[in-house]
Design a protein around this ligand. Structure first.
Ligand SMILES: Nc1ncnc2c1ncn2[C@@H]1O[C@H](COP(=O)(O)OP(=O)(O)OP(=O)(O)O)[C@@H](O)[C@H]1O
Ligand SMILES: [Mg+2]
Length: 386
């Protein structure tokens, strides 16, 4: 047997569904011939198991016909992103993974982080949604450059707005600009549920959820409505922010949400003119907290004027300046988050059953809403929340 004999045999194997063979496609790699023993690797583009099996069977048969004896056909298929393996209540089942971006303190950069991580994940090939769950202070429309875009409404369903390859929804897109929003707890719960159930999200690999600051109704309702795959805490380096961030990390633990890591934002400032670094709020101070919660700091993002202008102008730095140092850090953070999400799913996913509200028999819980179509109405049912 020669390499030529092997190629000639394999050129009779058509790629399933096509009129071209696997040699012409360039899928045949690593041909090793030793007497009549043949070993080949076929690197295919489809991950469907039946495609791999068919190629393996036909290649083996053709090589035997050519006179080969000990035949090894190794078919390498791409590994597709894992489906979610999570359980429990999920009112947005077409979304495979949910990433909750939280902080104890306001103004530390949750929305900025959510936007840039969402864009980084999309640039890494994931199908991404971005939900602005900050009902009181929705900033995502401006940061994503869609402040003037109104979504299409279809009955009581709303189509997400698209920008930078991401599906987006925010209370800011549904209200007039500058209006104040005054919400009672039960209304926050309803709003979060509707964001998940009544927005026509596609089959997303991940929905990044920008939370309001703190640990309140919005966080609890989210955790009860969908199995949150992972939580990300954003903090600035100074002590008072770290104190509040501990509360955010503790909340993840109490809600059984695995922690994807900490982003230390506003971590040093590099003067653009001189390149000298100043630690305005400190730097590297989140590390002990990460250890305490058995997680890691997945990015230290410096104070950079381009991050702020990117937010104000709706031109996120990760999209418009992907080679900048900050964009690279967001990209690395996104890779780390995705690796954590895959690991969580490989280990059986998450289950939000244990955080469901416990209500006496016959009394409905406001925060669960059931599967009724009329989610826009108050839940009623004697729970006293209407
Ligand atoms: N690394 C950074 N460098 C420069 N400016 C930043 C950085 N991170 C955030 N900012 C700016 O700081 C401000 C606050 O950030 P952001 O709105 O993301 O915080 P937040 O935690 O979402 O706030 P809130 O709690 O009000 O929702 C914004 O103007 C943003 O552009
Ligand atoms: Mg915000």
């Amino acid at each position: 047997m020669t390499e030529e004999n092997v190629k000639s045999a394999l050129s009779k194997v058509m790629y399933p569904g096509f009129t071209k063979d696997i040699v012409t496609f360039g899928f045949v790699k690593d041909i090793v011939v030793n007497g009549d023993d043949v070993s080949v690797t076929v690197d295919i583009t489809s991950s469907a198991p039946e495609v791999a099996q068919q190629i393996k069977d036909e290649a083996t048969a053709e090589l035997m016909r050519e006179g080969a004896e000990n035949i090894t056909v190794n078919v390498k298929a791409p590994v597709m992103p894992r489906e979610s393996s999570s359980h429990g209540k999920n009112i947005a089942p077409q979304v495979k993974n949910f990433l909750m971006v939280s902080s104890g303190k306001g103004g530390v950069g949750k929305s900025t982080t959510s936007v840039n991580i969402a864009i980084a994940l999309a640039q890494q090939g994931k199908k991404v949604g971005l939900l602005d769950a900050d009902i009181y202070g929705p900033n995502i429309p401006r940061m994503m450059g869609i402040a003037d875009v109104k979504p299409e409404v279809n009955g009581n369903k709303v189509l997400p707005i698209k920008a930078y390859g991401i599906e987006i929804m925010s209370m800011g897109s549904l209200m007039e600009q500058g209006q104040s929003l005054i919400w009672r707890g039960a209304m926050i719960m309803k709003a979060i549920e509707q964001f998940l159930r009544d927005i026509l999200w596609s089959e997303l690999d991940v929905l990044v959820i920008d939370m309001p600051p703190g640990t309140g109704d919005a966080q609890l309702t989210l955790a009860q409505s969908v199995p949150v795959t992972a939580g990300l805490t954003v903090t600035t380096p100074q002590g008072v922010s770290l104190d509040d961030s501990r509360r955010s990390l503790d909340m993840f633990k109490k809600l059984n949400i695995p922690i994807a890591g900490i982003v230390e934002n506003m971590s040093g400032f590099i003067a653009p003119d001189t390149g000298v670094e100043y630690d305005i709020f400190g730097k590297g101070t989140s590390e002990p907290m990460a250890k305490e919660f058995d997680t890691k700091v997945i990015a230290e993002v410096p104070i950079e004027p381009a991050i702020r202008t990117g937010g104000d102008d709706g031109k996120p730095i990760t999209f418009v300046a992907p080679t900048s140092e900050s964009a690279k850090r967001y990209m690395q953070a996104a890779e780390s988050i995705w690796a954590t999400i895959e690991e969580i799913n490989a280990n059986g996913g998450v289950d939000n059953q244990s955080v469901q509200p416990t209500t006496p028999p016959g009394v409905s819980a406001c925060s669960t809403g059931g599967s009724s179509a009329g989610s826009a109405q108050s839940s009623g049912g004697g729970c006293g929340c209407s």
